[in-house]
Design a protein around this ligand. Sequence first.
Ligand code: ATP
Length: 266
Amino acid sequence: KTDKKNDKANEPKIGFKDVAGLDEAKEELEEIIDFLKNPDKYRAMGAKIPKGILLHGPPGTGKTLLARAIAGETNSKFIAASGSEFVEKYVGVGAKRVRALFEKARKEAPSVIFIDEIDAIGAKRTLESNNEKDQTLNQLLIELDGFNNDQTVIVIGATNRIDMLDEALKRPGRFDRNIFIGNPDIKSREEIFKVHIKNKPINPKINISELAKRTHGMSGAHISNIANEAAILAVRNNKKSIDFDDFNNAIEKVIGGLERKNYSII
Ligand code: ATP
């Protein structure tokens, strides 16, 4: 049985070139990439290999994309899961799934396990015991402690709520590195626009830095959405290429959507 998310592993390979901005994060991840590419170099030197990395920050900022790019850059198998898939009613079911996930990763090594919403399994334990939840988290800790230096498996966890994670997860040898992935600044937004218009017919007069200016506070996911909306608008208006008006209207539409969301919270 294949699940939808992992089918994406068969899509065209994603590399760092597809991830715009995030230069500091990429720099920090270079070490992990080198390890995945040349594990023996580190082993020969007796160096402990890194195991877990947490990517944390607001939604839509490229955490999943970055994890997939690490797998792409190193020709590793990308194995994706979401923390919520391990939240179960019956005791032992979540733990069993965690075990199966790591077993698969070891079998297919070199591999990158990506666990989105890791807070769903890794939230701080409370005094009130919850057997199923505790067992699932324990199994995750066991798996992290369990794999040894011969196994080229890296686990990347993503969360919007790093403050919610149990301290045990962040101990040395587990998820002992964390990298903040924030919303893009103006220069990065310009880069993200460039990535997302690369394969689209664009009116050459378009001023991308102006688009970056108009999308203050937005994430990479919003920008990707804007590029797509602009393309749809251009089709609807029977244009040969996407022009500035289409982008502007797409930006208005996305801003409108964001505002409506805020109202519904109130
Ligand atoms: P979530 O916390 O909601 O899971 P995320 O941080 O994992 O979000 P992604 O799923 O990686 O976000 O990003 C969603 C989409 O937004 C990507 O598939 C990509 O199209 C676009 N995107 C986000 N950040 C970037 C970026 N830095 N460069 C290029 N595209 C980006």
